[in-house]
Ligand binder design. Structure first.
Ligand SMILES: [Zn+2]
Length: 270
């Protein structure tokens, strides 16, 4: 089974000339899984893919740069035609805030739009305890979620083929923590946030983010094969972030670029 990741967006905070905020597409023979839906991600997705190819959506946490386009996807899921119902996963402790998101943007006079995300998808909670989440067998995948270090409930994700011959991990937003290392353990491809090149401890250990160097240290500790740095605070970081990792990680390193596809044993740009 092949398991690859296409980068839809790799910015922290907001879209820029380099593309959307956070969004990734996990691709398997059985279909595709959207991981995070920051602003700009839906436009990027529909520029290359059909919505009917999505089999599930996973949102690591409810910060706007990872989830704002969920509402755009939800509107489109309902109108002009209703698209197939698929699962939406997000940290279960934040399911009430998804209801609040619906309360802001629901349209009471259009049937099915009163509660857009719940009308569109089968909403399921991520447990963040490392156990295998339910509902992934059809895609030939296993998903485990781990608790990230961030100010809202947030997931580090570990996707694997059932036989674990291919593992793709996502840090989401996080400071250094055990959940990050567990998700990334021996991952073939590790998409890891590198919000900063330099940061004070309040930004990293206090709030919960990583520098590029810290991402490299986590990749080395976890034994990851290919580290893909992402969630850049500034566009210019893509050109230099790899240099900050070289001292601490001796595997393959890439800086996530919109449209790039990464997978075990190969790197291509579509
Ligand atoms: Zn965040």
């Amino acid at each position: 089974m092949t398991l690859t990741v296409e980068i839809l967006g790799s910015n922290a905070t907001a879209p820029s000339a380099a593309g959307p905020a956070s969004g990734y597409l996990l691709r398997t023979e059985a279909g595709m899984v959207l991981v995070d839906a920051g602003p700009g991600v839906m436009a990027e997705y529909v520029s290359r893919h059909s919505l009917s190819d999505l089999r599930a959506i996973v949102v690591t946490h409810l910060h706007a740069d990872h989830s704002l386009d969920l509402m755009a996807f939800a509107y489109r899921w309902t109108f002009p035609e209703r698209l197939p119902r698929i699962p939406l996963y997000l940290p279960e402790e934040d399911l009430p805030r998804l209801r609040a998101f619906d309360a802001v943007f629901g349209i009471d006079t259009l049937p099915g739009m009163e509660s857009p995300t719940h009308a569109a998808w089968d909403v399921r909670g991520l447990r963040l305890d490392g156990s295998a989440e339910e509902g992934w067998e059809e895609l030939g995948l296993q998903l485990r979620s781990y608790r990230a270090h961030h100010p809202v409930p947030a997931a580090c994700l570990r996707f694997s083929s059932v036989a674990e011959e291919a593992v793709v991990a996502f840090s989401g937003d996080t400071g250094h923590c055990e959940g990050l290392l567990q998700a990334a353990q021996d991952a073939d491809v590790f998409i890891c946030e590198a919000t900063y090149l330099k940061a004070d401890p309040q930004a990293t250990d206090g709030h919960g983010h990583l520098t590029a160097r810290m991402a490299g240290e986590a990749a080395a500790q976890a034994g990851a094969g290919h580290l893909v740095l992402s969630h850049f605070g500034l566009d210019e970081m893509r050109a230099v972030a790899g240099e900050h990792v070289a001292e601490v990680f001796d595997g393959t390193v890439s800086a996530a670029e919109r449209g790039a596809v990464y997978g075990p044993g190969r790197v291509t740009v579509s």
